[in-house]
Design a protein around this ligand. Structure first.
Ligand code: UPG
Length: 406
């Protein structure tokens, strides 16, 4: 399925990163008209869809013929690929022969069905990873874009999966810790980005904020700690509730759990129930999900209304939600894992802590020290402005595309 895209103009981004925008237009001249197709598993929900909704329109504005295709697959396929995702992040579970067969079959069908007649095809994550294997065209250059933490994968699954991923010319990873054979020779360090002009991150008016406060009954007179994360085992929302309870012994806080159900994540419903049960009856734990109409603008408003962010993930490829919160001038207290470590500079724009007690202490430290809270918040925004905006990301894409077509 081809995803319909909004129009986005690079000119609008010049106020944030003039040099990157100029560099993109230069590269765009060299690559004008080049047909580039991105392929992933869902058009809505989760970090990859969030990224493509900006990256693809900006590539178009740079002069490339860029488009975005989404896999067509039954729910059983997504059960298998969620298992695949979990094993690549280290889970010790088996994938049966039947499941591998389904994985291959859906990839083969999509290799035929999707609109992939292009110069460069960029495959995101493991779900569509076998499409190149099933394509016979020799002129297409393939790039694999990995979004997950593959630092300690289940090797049996990793080796089997990658044994048929031989047609890729480049493999892009958020950080080099994730790189392993067979991609070590073609790997590129490739952190993602947030879009400062998207509904998720743009400035909001007082009226927009007020409407969210009223709709979701947020008490702005008390501190609000926010965790934005899919209902996924790796996000460890149980720990987020434990941290909240520890802090609550000392401060009258509220916890917002902001979450959406991604189409390619059938496990989400099971975790949703488990976490609701774990939270019990506590009116200061706010479940703000897409079921209640929490979309991009609402997530933006909740992040802006927050005192600080909390992120308890135990594996995290990058964690866009951290940069999103930092962009709104709030520090994030998080576990020192994967891509989280490159966003948060401990003691400068947030805190990196492992245990529930340490995470709770770090939050209390910021609640006690309002001037530190503000200073960390300013540092946080500056870090994102310098490092993680869409323009830097688009520029890196054009450089990598140029390297495979020249
Ligand atoms: N989001 C919503 N509504 C919600 C909850 C989340 O829009 O109710 C958004 C959130 O704002 C963010 C995205 O969904 O933009 C979630 O992205 P991220 O925090 O990066 O997590 P994942 O969905 O797990 O994304 C995968 C990787 C992650 C990586 C990302 C992009 O797990 O580590 O940063 O892909 O490469």
């Amino acid at each position: 399925m081809t995803v319909e895209l909004p129009v986005k103009k690079l000119d609008g981004y010049s106020i944030f990163s003039k040099e990157d925008v100029e560099a993109i237009f230069e590269l765009g001249k060299e690559l004008r008209g080049l047909k580039v197709v991105h392929v992933n598993a869902t058009a809505y929900g989760g970090g990859v869809a969030e990224l493509l909704m900006t990256i693809v329109p900006l590539m178009k504005d740079a002069g490339l013929n860029a488009s975005w295709e989404v896999l067509e697959a039954p729910m059983e396929f997504f059960n298998v690929t969620k298992k695949l995702h979990n094993t690549l992040q280290g889970a010790d579970i088996e994938i049966s022969e039947e499941e591998w067969e389904l994985f291959e079959k859906v990839n083969e069908e999509n290799a035929k069905k999707l609109n992939l007649d292009a110069d460069v095809v960029i495959i995101h994550d493991p779900q569509p990873a076998y499409i190149p294997y099933f394509k016979s065209d020799t002129h297409i250059k393939y790039i694999w874009r990995c979004h997950i933490d593959t630092s300690t994968p289940n090797l049996k699954v990793w080796n089997r999966l990658t044994s048929k991923m031989t047609k890729y010319e480049k493999a892009l990873f958020h950080i080099m810790d994730y790189v392993r054979a067979p991609f070590d020779k073609i790997a590129v360090e490739f952190p993602p980005s947030i879009d400062p002009l998207s509904p998720k991150n743009r400035e909001l008016s007082e009226a927009e904020l007020k409407s969210v406060v009223e709709r979701y009954k947020i008490d702005v007179s008390r501190p609000l700690i926010t965790v934005v994360a899919r209902f996924d085992p790796w996000k460890d929302l149980f720990s987020a509730i434990d941290v909240y309870r520890k802090v609550k012994e000392r401060y009258d806080i509220q916890l917002a759990i902001v979450s959406a159900m991604a189409k390619d994540d059938p496990e989400g419903w099971i975790f949703f129930e488990d976490i609701l049960r774990y939270a019990g009856v506590d009116n200061d734990i706010l479940f703000l999900t897409d079921l209640k109409g929490v979309g991009h603008l609402e997530v933006n408003a909740i992040q802006r209304l927050s005192t600080l962010g909390l992120h308890t993930a135990t594996r995290e490829g990058f964690g866009l939600v951290i940069s999103e919160m930092m962009w709104k001038e709030h520090p994030v207290v998080a576990r020192p894992v994967g891509g989280v470590k490159i966003q948060i500079d401990d003691g400068i724009n947030g805190y990196l802590r492992q245990s529930v007690e340490e995470l709770a202490d770090a939050i209390c430290d910021l609640l006690e020290n309002q001037s530190r809270l503000r200073e960390f918040g300013k540092n946080a925004k500056e870090k994102v402005r310098k490092t993680y905006l869409s323009t830097a990301h688009v520029k890196r894409y054009l450089e990598v595309i140029k390297s495979v077509v020249k």
